[in-house]
Design a protein around this ligand. Structure first.
Ligand code: MOS
Length: 763
């Protein structure tokens, strides 16, 4: 492993930097989309279905309309034909609908929108809308009557890109013949994102131009999709989302609410503002679907894997074929000569699931990394040693090499820092008074992807820099990372950089998801800065006077407020900028290797332009980590505490160790949360979400989190993108579910294969 090349990090890149938007956030100066001051707004409140399947037979608005201040009520009878449904989640299959018709697909579906002079009036009127349904018995979850199962391959056979199950060698035969095997079923529950910031939408029209204030992870996507729903031009729509209060994938697509609020604003000729409630957020947006897994894993006595079989079931809505299909991750983590996978859909009367916190890897690695732990016990082998013996520098399915992979190094360094050598091999051996102690570990991984993106960079003669792009910061540090890259590349202090984001009138910057946004924006900003440097250098070398006359412009750098030559000769930045024209502005496009030439144009039009790290013909790009957990289980009450968690990661260039650590620590805490707390409980009869509020949807509080330690191993991989940036946002979570379950087994000897792990499973 090589250390980060210092040529990559002459200045602000790689330096710890606190958030440049931190003060604005904690003082309230950062305005979230629903905070936007408006002139004469009306307030909307959603009426949502109280049945999960059937149709709206009749609606009576008399009592609702009698509430003072009520302005308008939208429902399928008056606006149904005015908006097309938004695109299907993930572009897969079909979407459920809302007010296009009387059909009810799921509980909590939008069936009317009330607009009024005040929020209170809108809410009161919404509760007075009388709805008569023709209800049918819904199918709530796995095993419910009426749930229909379909293999993903069958479901997508007619698609342009049908899904194919993975088959390498003869896995059933290899499994049957192998001397050591593990065969087990695992499950993960429904989970909802529950970002602090609710799902809000404010729409205002200025003539034919629509402005949408909405927290969203892809501004140009929302712009294009809402325009298409309303039948207007994308150029007539502007989306503003300058600050977000969390996203986690939940704000990653266009949901039905936006077009209806736009129509309400058009009818009323005034701005309309919607803040959906926490409960409504459970049903008007997406969630992580429940999954089931059947894993068969076999090895020789030497611990080398001989067969891997993974069959999974994922819940989805009636019309959707959305799945997360994490078998790709499962198949590439270890060397395996025989593989067989199958993904199944289970269609239910539910809202369509979607992206949430490393969508494929989190549930699927829970199954695989639990099975690996079980295999280690079956072999009487240390679980880290088992992983070392099965390390794969190439992909087991298509034999492509990783551009870089340091999983073993993560395990080695993580184990040392954690004190893994203090662990007894057998379970239920370590104890501290009444507390049973368990150590568990698991691998984490995340594909490294990147979007095509553009940026405008301006440099004034006074040395001030402005970077503008339609990128998003939902708490991940995008503002700060962009400022660091610009400061680094232009040789100015970080406080000389202004960053403007979150506006679709700015250069398109891709989809803030899939942990790719840092790579996306930093490479685009670096490209813009390079254009500026080249212009300044060209002016300096082309001038008859000055220290650089006649030199090669490629040899000049901007550093410490100076244009510098390789021999140390320098000219102050202000002078160099003045020579080049005084105020320089560039528009730069970064088209990552592997992307088509029109990738940035696609981004502007709201289409995905991602180069996915797992879909390249000749290589795989991914980041890795090793996660360690110490749990303490009370011998009598079986209370489970996580005393310590440690993650060691190799994730390419770390632009900002402060925000990176927060991201990775956040991932660890997410993982603990999923392993021990989070579950959306479903009423099997009514197909409703029962604990649909923060008081009942359990997430950890400070007292639930012990010590959390993050190690970032130096790793340089200029092959993946110019700055060598890998994604980390979701890397931190992917192995944690299994690491906790493995630690619980080590403490107690009880193997829990169904998340979340609760006291009653250990009694
Ligand atoms: Mo994320 S679940 O890729 O926003």
């Amino acid at each position: 492993m090589t250390v980060i090349d210092t040529r990559l990090a002459p200045g602000a890149i790689g330096k710890p930097q606190t958030r440049i938007d931190g003060v604005a956030k904690v003082t309230g100066a950062a305005l979230y989309p629903s905070d936007q001051p408006l002139t004469n707004p009306a307030f909307a409140y959603l009426v949502t279905s109280t049945i999960a399947r059937g149709r709206v037979a009749r609606m009576d608005f008399a009592r609702a309309r009698a509430v003072p201040g009520v302005l308008d009520i939208l429902w399928h009878g008056n606006v149904g034909g005015q908006a097309k449904p938004p695109p299907a989640v993930g572009g897969r299959g079909k979407s459920t609908t809302t007010m296009e018709s009387d059909k009810v697909w799921h509980i909590g579906q939008i069936i009317a929108v009330v607009a009024a002079e005040t929020l209170e009036a809108a809410r009161q009127a919404a509760h007075l809308v009388e709805v008569v349904y023709e209800a049918e018995a819904p199918s709530a979850t796995f095993g419910s009557a009426g749930a229909t199962e379909q293999s993903l391959a069958e479901a997508t056979a007619a698609d342009r890109q049908p899904y194919k199950d993975i088959q390498v060698g003869d896995a059933p035969a290899a499994f049957a013949a192998a001397p050591v095997k593990v065969e087990a079923s695992y499950s993960t529950p429904t989970q909802h994102h529950n970002a602090m910031e609710l799902f809000t939408t404010t729409c205002e029209w200025h003539g034919a131009k629509l402005t949408i204030h909405e927290p969203n992870q892809f501004l140009h996507g929302l712009r294009a999709e809402v325009a298409a729903q309303l039948g207007i031009g994308a150029d007539d729509v502007r989306v503003l989302s300058r600050y977000l209060g969390g996203a986690f994938g939940g704000k990653g697509g266009t949901t039905a609410r936006t077009a209806w609020i736009a129509i309400a604003a058009r009818r009323l000729k005034r701005p309309v503002k919607l803040e959906a409630t926490r409960k409504q957020g459970f049903t008007i947006a997406t969630y992580r679907a429940e999954t089931r897994h059947r894993v068969r894993l076999a090895a020789g006595r030497d611990g080398r894997i001989e067969a891997l079989m993974h069959e999974s079931w994922e819940a989805t809505s009636r019309p959707s074929t959305y799945t997360v299909t994490g078998v790709d991750t499962v198949c590439r983590l270890y060397r395996a000569p025989a593989i067989q996978t199958r993904v199944n859909l289970v269609h239910l009367d539910r809202n369509t699931p979607g992206y949430m916190r490393s969508p494929p890897d989190t549930p699927y690695l829970f199954a695989l990394e639990s099975a690996m732990d079980e295999l280690a016990y079956a072999l009487d082998l240390d679980p880290i040693e088992l992983r070392r013996r099965n390390d794969a520098q190439r992909d087991s399915v298509r034999d492509r090499p990783y551009t870089s992979r340091h999983l073993n190094e993560c395990f080695e360094q993580g184990a040392r820092a954690f004190g893994w050598d203090q662990r007894a091999r057998a379970p239920a051996q370590m104890r501290d008074g009444d507390w049973l102690i368990g150590y568990g570990c698991a691998a984490s991984t995340l594909h490294t992807s990147i979007d095509a993106a553009s940026a405008r960079v301006t440099l004034t003669a006074q040395g001030r820099v402005k970077v503008e792009m339609a990128a998003l910061d939902f708490g991940n540090g995008t503002y700060t990372v962009i400022a660091q890259v610009a400061a680094d590349r232009l040789g100015v202090p970080i406080d000389a950089v202004d960053v403007q984001l979150g506006d679709s009138d700015l250069p398109a910057a891709g989809y803030a998801a899939g942990s790719k946004h840092c790579a996306t924006v930093s490479n685009a900003v670096a490209k813009g800065c390079e254009l500026l440097r080249a212009r300044i250098a060209l002016a300096a070398t082309g001038a008859a006077d000055g220290p650089f006359a006649g030199r090669d412009p490629a040899t000049l750098e901007l550093r410490d407020g100076t244009l510098r030559g390789a021999d140390g000769a320098g000219e102050p930045l202000q002078k160099a900028v003045a020579r080049a024209g005084g105020r320089l502005e560039v528009y730069a496009e970064h088209i990552p290797a592997g992307a088509p030439a029109d990738a940035v144009a696609n981004t502007w039009q709201g289409r995905f332009s991602s180069v996915a790290g797992t879909r390249l013909p000749h290589e795989i790009r991914a980041a890795f980590g090793a996660q360690f957990v110490e749990v303490r289980v009370h011998a009598r009450t079986r209370e489970i505490r996580v005393a310590r968690a440690l993650g060691a990661y190799a994730a390419g260039t770390i632009i900002n160790p402060v925000t990176a650590r927060s991201q990775l620590m956040g991932g660890i805490i997410w993982g603990l949360s999923a392993a021990l707390f989070e579950q959306t409980e479903i009423d099997a009869k009514r197909a409703t979400y029962v604990n649909d509020e923060l008081g009942e949807y359990l997430v950890p509080v400070n007292a639930d989190i012990g010590s959390v330690e993050v190690l970032m191993l130096p790793e340089r991989d200029p092959g993946i993108n110019e700055l060598g940036v890998k994604g980390i946002g979701e890397l931190g979570i992917t192995g944690m579910n299994a690491a906790v379950a493995n630690a619980v087994y080590h403490a107690t000897g009880v193997r829990v294969r169904d998340l979340p792990i609760r006291i009653d499973q250990l009694l």
